[in-house]
Design a protein around this ligand. Sequence first.
Ligand SMILES: C[S@@+](CC[C@H](N)C(=O)[O-])C[C@H]1O[C@@H](n2cnc3c(N)ncnc32)[C@H](O)[C@@H]1O
Length: 201
Amino acid sequence: MDTRAHWDKAYTEKSETQVSWFQEVPARSLAMIAAASPQGSLIDVGGGASRLVDALLEAGRADVTVLDISQAALDRTQARLGEKAKRVDWICADITRWQPARQWDVWHDRAVFHFLTERPAQDAYLAALTAATGPGAAVILSTFAPDGPERCSGLPVQRYGAADLAARLGTRFALYDEAQERHVTPWGSTQSFTYVAFRRV
Ligand SMILES: C[S@@+](CC[C@H](N)C(=O)[O-])C[C@H]1O[C@@H](n2cnc3c(N)ncnc32)[C@H](O)[C@@H]1O
């Protein structure tokens, strides 16, 4: 099954709280985004059905884009937001094939980059990240940590510590914040995540 079909199936067959990555309130992401740029433009890469966009709109952020490979995920988020969905830019695309038409002040990705286990796909992601950000932009990433799960949604993942991510992004991105988080899934198990924030040099 290809990547798009995999994720469309996941979002079609499972409810919001039947996926391990569900968060009622994405508190750490919101805190890191607020610290990085209180009102700047933001793209949530692989935003899926996350409630991050709801909270950003609620906080008054005006320029928000959500990108995901799964139209089923975007449909779910748009349905939940109702009228407020019109205030968001929506992009259905594979991040490893996408060429951004603009730049954002903040790039946010929770649990997407770690699915790219092949070097060429990672390089394509990093090329999109570089094209979509300018000097001074913030990049907030979260991936499974070295002691986190080896798979998610039935797919293998690559696990990272903060230093691994800093090495992978290279010298154009300066690491200024990092955190470890024990995410509690809807069924009560815990998953170890690495969160990092970079400033584009
Ligand atoms: C584990 S979920 C995380 C969703 C969301 N970031 C959150 O925290 O709730 C991974 C998301 O990445 C999306 N995704 C996976 N591969 C992708 C790709 N190559 N390009 C864009 N989105 C992708 C999936 O559709 C899914 O919504």
